[in-house]
Design a protein around this ligand. Structure first.
Ligand SMILES: Cc1cc2nc3c(=O)[nH]c(=O)nc-3n(C[C@H](O)[C@H](O)[C@H](O)COP(=O)(O)O)c2cc1C
Length: 278
């Protein structure tokens, strides 16, 4: 026997309220102040390096063949789940990281980072991690992006990287064939300091900007990827050494090399639509 109709309705209502009724109830929360309003110290703008193994990424993108036809990029953006198995260059990886989380400027003395994506209040409460499977010059394994210095740091090399990727994304085996799988965590207090109890809905809105920039950046250099919402949080938190409370993984995007010939195979992911006459 499955869950009761009432329980399902309650869960649906809670989800709808999270999206549509986020305003603070004055009766319950009247007089509420956020930590910023209480003048409590601001948390760091980015996570400190987790290791002493940081390496610089190339910042010169002139070697890349970057399309500047904006409308063509918009029109050709689509999800790609079939990858060729050819390597990605370090410059391509660097470009993708820059376009999705790169720090362009600091607002004030150290109030906020201004990045290549917008973010409510410029809190940029996200950290980007990677499972690198096939990038020239990089040992396969788990990495962390250090946006202040546009560096990456090597964290670890799981025995079965592809198995980890597939398991971490709810058994979607195609994800493990991408060159790089980008994983995004939220460092909650970075945004809660300013927005308190109203943080979390905007946090999810902001995450969409990161992956949309990833789609467009990948398209602009002939790569392809697919956002993935079904992230196995506990597995990712443990692999990337996050506590799951202050910082938790919640979103991912595999990106890889693609070719036009694989379009038919790509279409097979949605073959059920035709088969079931939907
Ligand atoms: C937040 C989000 C989560 C997604 N999660 C998955 C996923 O887990 N697996 C998958 O195959 N596609 C996933 N997708 C891709 C969508 O299925 C895809 O965007 C949609 O089918 C439209 O196709 P298009 O991106 O080619 O326009 C996700 C997309 C977004 C934006």
């Amino acid at each position: 026997m499955g869950p009761s109709k009432e329980l399902i309705e309650e869960k649906i209502r809670a989800g709808r309220d999270f999206v549509a009724r986020w305003e603070v109830d004055e009766k319950l929360f009247g007089g509420y102040l956020t930590d910023q309003e209480k003048k409590l110290p601001q948390p760091p703008l980015v996570k400190a390096p987790m290791t002493d193994r940081a390496m610089d990424l190339p910042k010169d993108f002139s070697a890349l063949d970057i399309s500047t036809d904006f409308l063509d990029i918009i029109n050709s953006r689509e999800s790609h789940r079939v990858y060729t198995g050819e390597s990605m260059t370090l410059t391509e990886l660097s470009y993708l990281l820059w376009c999705t989380q790169g720090v362009k400027e600091i607002r004030g003395k150290a109030y906020a980072t201004l990045r290549t994506v917008p973010c409510g209040g410029a809190r940029h409460e996200f950290e980007c991690y990677m499972a690198v499977r096939d990038v020239e010059g990089l040992e396969p394994g788990l990495y962390h992006y250090l946006p202040m210095d546009h560096q990456i740091e090597f964290l670890s090399a799981p025995d079965d990287l592809e198995g980890f990727v597939s398991d971490s994304l709810s058994g979607q085996t195609w994800t493990a064939k991408a060159n790089v799988i980008f994983y995004y965590s939220a460092v909650f207090y970075r945004a809660e300091w300013r927005y308190g109890i109203t943080t979390h809905r905007v946090l999810l809105i902001d995450a969409g900007h990161i992956t949309e920039n990833m789609y467009l950046a990948a398209t602009s250099i002939g790569l392809g990827g697919c956002a993935v919402g079904s992230v196995e949080g506990d597995l990712c938190n443990s692999a990337f050494r996050l506590d799951g409370q202050e910082e938790a993984m919640f979103y991912a995007m595999p990106v890889g090399r693609i070719r036009a010939e694989d379009r038919t195979e790509e279409k097979a992911f949605y073959a059920f639509v035709e088969k079931e006459g939907l």
